[in-house]
Design a binder for this molecule. Structure first.
Ligand code: ZN
Ligand code: ZN
Length: 305
């Protein structure tokens, strides 16, 4: 398994180095970009051949092929990319970050997956830079999508002259039997039964890799977007998230009439004291299952790369 950083290094000359590494394993390639790159030698204009590749430079999931011109009076080594780039960043690496966010896979799991496919692994450093890049975009899309869903849910409720009933359910990053109360992070979503869409979400994390690293070195952390937003017990996360979501929905001028939760949830019981006594509490596993059955997907039009 070899790991490379995204920073491109300049390629020296066009004679000495030769590597057959490019013949090993599999790569993710944008065929159109590759075909365009092979169309003509940058110096003499004659077409290039993939088989004349003499070296490969890998940048995460993208790579540059060093293809030598077969014209003996030219011999120029052309850099042929296997995919599109924006600035100095390979699109495929930004896509990798969105794929990790979307699938919930971590760096190690994703690298195991790639290694089974015989695709070179990517480094933590590379993907964390790209996660920072896509994180804000993903959050914006999620906010837009939940606001839209809330509007639609309200319209459906109004048409029926009904009440705004929302289901809440929390999950923890650590899996295990029952509820992982020692988990370092938790997430919670609010779903509207009329349309089956997510109306709001909340995340709590006890951990932040930048802070943890600084603490282990006894240093103060550099300026960063900190993910640590919970210091209490893991058990308290769920109630806190539900309260935040209900308050947020209320701040948009909507009245939540009833909350549906898991029957063994302690959350629902805690909510009225913090927000309002008028919210009806329904603890019903079957009801919750039915409401949460619909899968939520991000709108494709919002994906940038
Ligand atoms: Zn040439
Ligand atoms: Zn932090």
């Amino acid at each position: 398994m070899f790991v490379v950083e995204e920073e491109e290094v300049s390629y020296e000359g066009n004679q000495t180095r030769s590597s057959e590494d490019w013949r090993e394993g599999r790569r993710i390639v944008e065929l159109d970009v590759l075909a365009t790159g092979l169309r003509a030698c940058l110096k003499c204009g004659l077409p290039l051949q993939l088989g004349h590749t003499i070296d490969i430079q890998t940048y995460g999931l993208g790579c540059l092929l060093k293809v030598q011109c077969f014209n003996t009076s030219c011999m120029h080594v052309n850099s042929v990319p296997t995919g599109k780039r924006h600035d100095r960043v390979w699109d495929v690496n930004s896509k990798l970050a969105t794929a990790l966010v979307h699938s919930g896979l971590g760096e190690r799991q994703a690298n195991s997956f790639l290694s089974e496919l015989n695709i070179p692994a990517f480094s933590y450093k590379l993907v964390s830079a790209r996660l920072r890049e896509v994180g804000n975009v993903v959050e914006e899309v999620a906010k837009e999508s939940t606001n839209e869903a809330l509007e639609k849910e309200l319209a459906a409720v109004e048409q029926k002259k009904g009440k705004l009933v929302v289901a809440v359910d929390a999950g923890w990053q650590k899996r295990g039997s029952g509820r992982a109360y020692d988990s370092k992070s938790g997430h919670c979503s609010m779903v509207g039964p009329e349309n089956g869409k997510i109306l709001n979400y909340s995340v709590r994390s006890k951990d932040c890799s930048v802070c943890s690293r600084a603490e282990s070195r006894n240093e103060s952390p550099r300026e960063h977007a900190c993910y640590r937003n919970w210091e209490g017990s893991s058990k308290g996360m769920e109630a806190d998230m539900v309260i935040e979501m209900v308050k947020d929905v209320q701040s948009k001028g909507c009245r939540v009439d009833a909350l549906v939760g898991d029957e063994d949830s302690t959350t629902i019981g805690r909510v009225p004291a913090n927000i309002s006594n008028s919210i009806e509490k329904i603890s019903d596993r079957n009801h919750l299952k039915k409401i949460l059955g619909t899968v939520f997907t991000l709108s494709k039009k919002n994906i940038l790369f």
